[in-house]
Ligand binder design. Structure first.
Ligand code: FES
Length: 104
């Protein structure tokens, strides 16, 4: 069964917000899209850009380096120059805490 780790208080990531966290040594970006939380690896599949530094446009994050976009809900690449999807991680909210699936 998947284990989860607390990464933030719910209030730390308001609607439209994002936060960089580290889970088992991996940089993970956590997003709040209309009150639902999603987590993806924070490494653009085009050339390693830090996605959390880009703009969250609805349910898509735009890479600040060359403008690729990814759907934060599925990890799918939705705009060139990226083609490969990103790993996603399960997120749940318990009381006022945001928890992300650990990788081991
Ligand atoms: S590194 Fe993200 S679009 Fe190039």
């Amino acid at each position: 069964m998947a284990k989860f780790v607390k990464v933030a208080a719910r209030a730390d990531i308001p609607v439209g917000g994002k936060k960089l966290v580290e889970i088992d040594g991996v940089a993970v970006a956590v997003f709040n899209v209309n009150g639902s939380f999603y987590a993806i690896e924070d490494v653009c599949t085009h050339d390693g850009g830090n996605l959390v530094e880009g703009d969250l446009l609805g349910n898509e994050i735009e890479c600040p380096r060359h403008g690729a976009r990814f759907d934060v809900r599925s990890g799918a690449a939705t705009k060139m120059p990226a083609f490969a999807p990103l790993p996603t991680y399960a997120v749940k909210v318990e009381q006022d805490n945001v928890l992300v699936e650990t990788l081991d």
